[in-house]
Design a protein around this ligand. Sequence first.
Ligand code: CMC
Length: 456
Amino acid sequence: MPETVTGAQKGTKKGTPGEHPMADTLTIIDNRTEKDFEYPIMYGTYPEYGAAIPAKDIRAIKATETDFGMLCYDPGFTNTASCKSAITFIDGEKGILRYRGYPIEQLAEKSNYLEVAYLTLFGELPTKDELDRWTYDVTHHTYLHENMKELMAAFRYDAHPMGMFVSAIAALSTFYPEARTIDDPEIRIKQIQRLVAKVGTVAAFAYRHSRGLPYVYPDNELSFAGNFLAMMYRTSEAKYEPNPILEKVLDVLFILHVDHEQNCSANAMRAVGSSHADPYCSLSAAAAALYGPLHGGANEMVLRMLREIGKVENIPGYIQRVKAGDFRLMGFGHRVYKNYDPRARILRELAPEVFKVTGTNPMLDIAIELERIALEDDYFVSRNLYPNVDFYSGIIYQALGFPVAMFPVLFAIPRTAGWLAQWLEMLQDSDQRIARPRQVYIGYDERKYEPIGKRD
Ligand code: CMC
């Protein structure tokens, strides 16, 4: 007995998100009961990429009337669309990345971080007035409450800056209690301005603390990237003048890291935000997810790996150990990209520009040779393992003078715009509910409690 599920999205032409000309359906036959179930297929902008059926309606498939119903088993969400999203498009097979439809290559070449943050958050490139206003607002929210310095001072001298960052962002929520009113659009925007602005200051303060250096207050006359460099490196000079090439490179690095659709940290942002936690706590959770070595912590691991390899002659031996399963080649492989990560390509081209200013770095030679050997090796080729963004970002960060422990923090600064865009989209999507997956229980059936003296 076919069941028709409502809520299908069909009707108009390609290019209209969420809709598609074909009234396609999917029929599932339950061989236990010989019933069949028909589900309308939902499409995104590209019908060939991301056709989906509503997982909840699968529940109607039951062996008996009293069954809970069929679930989809999907550890790591490898084939689950948790949302509809209009922010970022990735075609991992072709190595394409676009924010709001704009190719990452064009944005990296022509735009700047604050403009890309605006685009990502609000959906369109800003007009000149809109950009001026946004830049002004962000620039004038970069200061932290003075109490934040005491919070920073409480950390040990060797505290990892990412641990400080995660804690400090959560702590910011206590300074802005109105942030809990997440359904007020004006309050939401104010927190977005604050967060986009303040993450750089928090990051720089974490660094200065670890070096025992005095905190440097933001300089409103500098660009977002230039001000960040000033807060990191200014010493006694009256006015810090960032090197324009390095400032530009940092800005491009920020652009490349703004968003990457439903990755581990964006998922954390949405999951925590779905409980209506305030954006500071949600973003702190997202940053915690980013901290892991399989996500934003990978660039740190890449540099440690290159140091361990030490010289080009050691690469073949190192690759043998990777292939033997001793460890992974950090900065290689991606859940989505089965081709060269377009961000890695941009950074590979940018790296020599940086080294013209900062002097050569033997790590770059090791990285390029490592990449060359890996991309000719059947182990990597057959598994579609290509360099990801972290492969080259770490080398550039190091050339810019950032200590390795700061790398995930540098990732978190621009990703803040992406996390907030994901959060905003989630709050405005009436389909979204509190994130609460199901499980397939594989534990004991009911057992009787035994007093401690009677247990084996
Ligand atoms: N080195 C060696 N082998 C690898 C690597 C690697 N870096 N990545 C994957 N493989 C192998 C893996 O062993 C498996 O082989 P087999 O089929 O023989 O068991 C196969 O490739 C598929 O791997 P997987 O773990 O099923 O792939 P995944 O999609 O679950 O993992 C990943 C993606 C990024 C976690 C993984 O590629 C990895 O651990 N890479 C190294 C860490 C890294 O660079 N992370 C940064 C990701 S990019 C930044 C971001 O967006 O967060």
